[in-house]
Ligand binder design. Structure first.
Ligand code: EPZ
Length: 417
């Protein structure tokens, strides 16, 4: 079981490059199931979740070749269109194979994802969507069992905004008969990147990135080539790493437009943040003002940056109120930050962070989920002495060698087994 040991006190400085987006790569890799043949992807991040996706696609009879950040997926009809429990339990995003398998083969058997640390994260909206497009779906022995003739386009109104639900609907509707209109669709850049690849494969999609997406189903899609969009959450995490250490950092190969909310909040804190087309710079700053956030669907403040931003607020001047508007249990990092000396009072969906209570001091802490892991490492960058973050297999699911990237910016950080 690996841990990451951080010795705090170093100001970060320099340039660092962003990897491809985990949350774009996952649906895009599953969308390859919609078309037999060889799909080629570039800028695929080297992550455990990508490894899990590779295992699942291989179990679905695909041949995968990876070379650095390039990946080739040769798709053939699966022996069985099934995603088993032992694969799905490693990565709940495996539910994203439901839409493609149903649309392409008329059947799918996908394990229910099971619990998740940050919330119940049901998949009812995914199931309702497939039923809406004409599938018969039941749950049997912990599996979603779905059957359909050819899916039929229809109007899908999401009562609750869902990224994954929108992505499953997009993929299924691409091969359905007739037109599908998705209302209250998620606008995340990862949804837009998926739509971009589906259109490369020949799908007819309009309105991606807005709350109404129209898809005219086609009879067949063909494999293509696609470069995965930059990971805005990794870029935001690296930017906050610069901010919390009072450093001078430039995050390159990212899409600043995708981080408008974080940039505006950092500027409100008093940081000097500028950007050009593909990079964001933050200038050294010794103190910053506490500024509230409320996480919301894109383009609001990303829930996936809430934990990292909370670490920053523990060192701010004044008190900030952090509201988690997406998941019902995404404050697991709070008690671990408190172990480092932070003054945080969590209520159900709100945490009050008192910044001017003196610095943090290093201690062993435990990562509970992907973004909490990052938050604890950021806190370790400024805590006095040594912070040891345990269970960092969570981190490796969504960050490509984060410790190496931080080390290249001057952090005193080491991975120990
Ligand atoms: C995606 O998860 C991301 N994961 C998450 O990133 C991200 O936090 C989330 O979107 C919100 O932006 C991937 O893209 C692989 P949702 P997803 O469906 O699609 C509820 C990370 O750290 N809901 O938009 O699962 C759900 O419980 C991960 O990279 C239902 O009630 O999120 C949540 O409260 C964490 N029923 C809300 O909707 C459903 O059928 C938003 O979930 C589906 C979701």
């Amino acid at each position: 079981m690996d841990s990451i040991v951080v010795v705090g006190g170093k100001k970060l400085s320099g340039k660092i490059s962003t990897s491809g987006s985990k949350n774009a790569a996952l649906p895009i890799l599953f969308s390859s199931l919609l078309a037999d043949g060889v799909h080629r992807f570039d800028n695929v991040p080297a992550l455990r979740d990508i490894d899990s996706t590779e295992l699942l696609l291989t179990a679905l009879n695909c041949d995968i070749e990876r070379d650095g950040h390039s990946m080739q997926v040769a798709v053939k009809p699966p022996i069985k269109p099934e995603a088993s429990y032992d694969l799905v339990r490693k990565m709940r995003a495996s539910i994203l194979c439901l839409g493609p398998l149903l649309a392409r083969y008329g059947e799918a058997r996908v394990s229910l994802p099971g619990g998740c640390a940050i919330g119940s994260r049901p998949i009812d909206l995914h199931i309702d969507t497939m039923r809406r497009l004409g599938a018969e779906i039941d749950t049997e022995e912990g599996y979603v069992v779905a059957r359909a003739g050819r899916l039929k386009g229809d109007r899908i109104l999401f009562e609750k905004l869902t990224v994954g639900g929108t992505e499953n609907a997009l993929m299924a509707a691409s091969l359905a008969k007739g037109t599908t209109v998705i209302e209250n669709a998620a606008k995340e850049p990862e949804v837009v990147d998926l739509a971009r690849y589906l259109k490369t494969m020949g799908a007819k999609i309009d309105g991606e990135g807005s709350s109404v997406i129209t898809i005219d189903g086609v009879d067949e899609l063909v494999p293509g080539r696609h470069r995965i969009v930059a990971d805005r959450i990794e870029a935001g995490t690296l930017l906050i790493a610069g901010a919390i250490t009072g450093g001078d950092v430039v995050v390159e190969n990212c899409e600043p437009e995708h981080l408008r909310s974080l940039i505006e909040h950092l500027i409100a804190c008093g940081f000097d943040v500028t950007n050009d087309e593909t990079s964001i710079s933050i200038a050294a700053c010794d103190s910053w003002k506490a500024t509230d956030i409320s996480t919301a669907p894109y383009p609001g403040f990303p829930t996936d940056l809430q934990a990292q931003y909370m670490a920053l607020m523990t060192q701010a001047e004044g008190t900030s109120v952090i509201t988690e508007g997406i998941f019902e249990n995404r404050f697991m990092h709070v008690q671990e930050l408190v172990r480092l000396g932070a003054d945080i009072s969590p209520m159900s969906q709100v945490a009050v962070v008192r910044g001017d209570r003196g610095g943090l001091s290093g201690a062993p802490v435990m990562a509970t989920d992907l973004r909490a892991s990052a938050s604890l490492i950021l806190a370790g960058l400024v805590a006095k002495g040594e912070t040891r973050v345990n269970r960092i297999y969570h981190l490796d699911r969504g960050y490509e060698h984060l410790e190496d990237k931080l080390k290249s910016l001057g952090a005193d950080v080491l991975r120990v087994s």
